[in-house]
Write a protein that binds this ligand. Structure first.
Ligand SMILES: Cc1cc2nc3c(=O)[nH]c(=O)nc-3n(C[C@H](O)[C@H](O)[C@H](O)COP(=O)(O)O)c2cc1C
Length: 141
């Protein structure tokens, strides 16, 4: 997956879904965000992380090489598992320009409820991924 990033010049994005380990505590979430935001700032990486029902959804964007380095760390992180990469690609303009890593959870909005009210088929991969991106971009955090 990070191979795809080596073929991109300029800005790139990755979107993935993963499951938090069962014993993840609030303090673990705080630690993740503290280190994520510090490193993202250093590497000019931005994005958002949504946490709901024990699942993470993350959109992360930045210069392709820096993004690849960060994704390598994220993939090895033992605080989550079953990481499913939903998309990787080149990007013209950042979606989360002002966020080192925006965080949202069910209090901000529910992806599951949003899908339930939408016309989107979660069985269609393209529609599902598009739905996740639209939901993340629509949240007011
Ligand atoms: C769901 C999830 C999202 C993460 N997002 C980021 C991120 O956006 N940027 C980042 O540098 N680290 C992120 N991390 C943390 C990295 O996996 C890794 O633990 C961290 O970069 C290590 O930094 P440290 O050695 O400075 O503590 C994330 C971890 C998890 C579990």
């Amino acid at each position: 997956m990070t191979n795809e990033l080596t073929h991109i010049d300029g800005l790139a994005y990755v979107i993935y879904r993963s499951s938090a380990v069962d014993h993840l505590r609030d303090e673990d979430l705080d630690d993740i965000l503290i280190s994520a935001r510090a490193r993202n700032e250093e590497k000019f990486v931005t994005g958002c992380l949504h946490y709901e029902d024990g699942m993470f959804f993350q959109w992360i964007e930045g210069p392709a090489e820096q993004l690849r380095q960060i994704i390598d760390l994220i993939l090895k992180d033992e605080r989550h598992r079953d990481i499913a990469v939903l998309g990787v690609g080149a990007l013209e303009v950042r979606r989360f320009q002002d966020w080192r890593m925006r965080f949202s959870d069910r209090k901000n909005g529910s992806l599951m409820d949003w899908f339930a009210c939408s016309e989107i088929s979660t069985f269609d991969r393209k529609e599902y991924i598009g739905g996740v991106v639209t939901f993340l971009a629509s949240l007011k955090v």
